[in-house]
Design a protein around this ligand. Sequence first.
Ligand code: FES
Ligand code: FE2
Length: 346
Amino acid sequence: MSTWLTNAWYVAAWDAEVDQAPLARTICGVPMLFYRRLDRSVVAMRDACPHRLLPLSMGIREGDSIRCKYHGLKLGPDGKAEEMPIRTDPVNPSICATTYVTHERHRFVWVWVGEAAKADPALIPDLWPCSTPGWTFDGGYYGIDCDYRLMIDNLMDLTHETYVHAGSIGQPEILEAPIETVVKDGRVFVRRWMPGIDAPPFWRSALKKEGLVDRWQVCEFLLPSAVMIDVGVAPVGAGANIDSHDQGVRGMVVDFMTPESEGSHHYFWGMARNFDLEDTGFTARFKAQQGGVFMEDKEILEAQQQAIAANPDLRLQAYRIDEGGVRARQLITRAIKAQQEGAAAA
Ligand code: FES
Ligand SMILES: [Fe+2]
């Protein structure tokens, strides 16, 4: 059984990554190329020439079309042949590269890998902090050599911060606060409430106030493969609680894991915040810092993936801290099963 859903929207790229020049990226095992038409709309096409399978991403853009770099077959943005290698030959209408449905939202280009007729933009995961007024959002991209679900496990269990990120964001309070895992409305939440603590330096300077704070971390998993982490602090007594907390400063770490192969994924990461919106220096500094933190995760997860391959007789174990990841994997497995049953019934 495949480990990923295909009838789902995945982030293919940051919107700014896709332009006139073809971008090659394998999504759920399918090599694709992405480029913008002259009107800026995005084309996603199988990255293999219908003739001899040379990657079309090596080709030459001509208007809205692409010409293969090998023998010059020219394909339109709908994937259909427009010109044969010998230009006087009549175009064979059956020559066609598969194209995929795309949509732009929340600063990302999304692609639907499975049945095109089911590609409803309403199903795009609601990464609201990336596009809501009163919030600002920026981030980056890493290619990571591990199963995308290991990253989901990692993000749904922040106890790792204390060790993996000891030199950056790790804090002993994280290990002392109890966690609560809730599955609700097809999402998984791992909630951690840290009342009346001393704010860590990052949040102290964001809040611009002295005194004890209430701090929260709420990890939220959304199908097919997103994790948003609601983080922040509010002054004690301001009325913040684990369900509602806009009294202080709030950030949303936004992560999307797009499977590339069984052992690798595209990791899109960023942070949205509702404070110091105009401070572009802060945005740039924070992005650099966050990139450093996620590089620490990359190192751990790639080593974990190699260890899994090197120890085929051993299985991953789940302790209490892993409940969020376990629940998220259950949602994925159920959704894949439902898709397969739907396909079998059709
Ligand atoms: S491989 Fe593309 S035209 Fe021959
Ligand atoms: Fe981490």
